[in-house]
Design a protein around this ligand. Structure first.
Ligand code: PAF
Length: 296
């Protein structure tokens, strides 16, 4: 097994106490702190968030914690990819100053009994097929933000609904942190980078690349006046014809509150505010993606 010198990895905190001491030392020096929460299995998308954090603050903390509370019993908690050493090297290369890697016991000690629920937004889109998900995310992100107390925190726009849920939570609970979205990073064929892409066989991976093509084509039609319902239905049919096993949703929504845009044709003033959202299943893997209408 290859060994890595400690200077190719960032310092690691495994306890809240240690994390707080290091961050508060920076804050005493007047340094601005950015935080990037992750579940590990890092790819270029995560790396771009850490780099963005580095542009916006003096110090960057990234966490790696596979949060059991956001997985249902039948989901992939046990098989979720885990590569601690590789992840730490990627974090160091991206400019991370401190990695926070708490254990499940550190996050949820014996007797832990508090949850955070963000109503409304959490019940829609991904919340319909994963009703446990956003409660688990809001709870862990609330804890992580309280533990780290950063000035800003960065979340990828691939999980756009998650980004909105967290922005709403921070606003509702008066948490003193700015939440910033980082752009989706895509593979050459347009597939949004995701740790779960690693589950795809090579045949499934080829099918997965078609999602981008079908979303882009739907956006072009919508932007040039095609009827919304017909376009969305045709796109769902194309996804099934291309080899996806199921379409969980393929919908046009307002980017700020996820309200439906599903009647008639798109108006000129909606081009800046509409976003296309998709969730599709191939084999056992669920992929999500979203794009602003203004992207084409
Ligand atoms: O997007 C993720 O990786 C996770 O949902 C997050 C925000 C790290 C919370 O566990």
């Amino acid at each position: 097994m290859p060994t890595h010198s400690s200077d190719s990895m960032p310092p690691v905190s495994r306890s809240v106490k240690d994390l707080r001491e290091r961050v508060s030392a920076w804050r005493k020096q007047g340094l601005k702190v950015a935080f990037v929460p992750t579940m590990g299995a890092l790819h270029e998308g995560h790396v771009s968030l850490v780099k963005l954090a580095g542009k916006k603050a003096d110090k960057v903390v990234a966490s790696i914690f596979i949060n059991p509370r956001q997985f249902a019993a039948h989901e992939d908690l046990d098989t979720y990819p885990r590569n601690e050493t590789e992840d730490l090297i990627k974090l160091a290369t991206a400019g991370c100053d401190l990695a926070f890697l708490p254990s499940a016991k550190e996050m949820y000690p014996q007797g832990y009994s508090t949850s955070v629920a963000v109503e409304g937004l959490s019940r829609d889109l991904c919340g319909l097929s994963r009703p446990h998900f956003f409660g688990g995310v809001a709870t862990v992100v609330c804890k992580l933000l309280n533990q780290c107390q950063p000035d800003i925190a960065i979340f990828g726009e691939k999980d756009y609904q998650q980004l909105l849920v967290i922005q709403r939570m921070v606003r509702d609970l008066d948490m003193p942190v700015s939440i910033i979205g980082g752009p989706i990073i895509r593979e050459e064929d347009g597939l949004a980078m995701s740790s779960r892409n690693a589950y795809l066989s090579s045949a499934q991976r080829e099918v997965a690349g078609k999602l981008n093509m079908i979303m882009t084509s739907a956006i072009r039609k919508l932007a040039t006046g095609a009827e919304i319902q017909t376009t969305l239905q045709q796109a769902s049919k194309s996804l099934l014809a291309e080899g996806f096993d199921r379409v969980d949703y393929f919908e046009l929504r307002q980017k700020t509150d996820l309200s439906f845009i599903d009647k008639g044709t798109l108006q000129a003033d909606q081009l800046d505010t509409a976003r296309l959202f998709a969730a599709v299943i191939i084999g056992k893997t669920r992929l999500i993606d979203n794009m602003p209408l203004s992207s084409i």
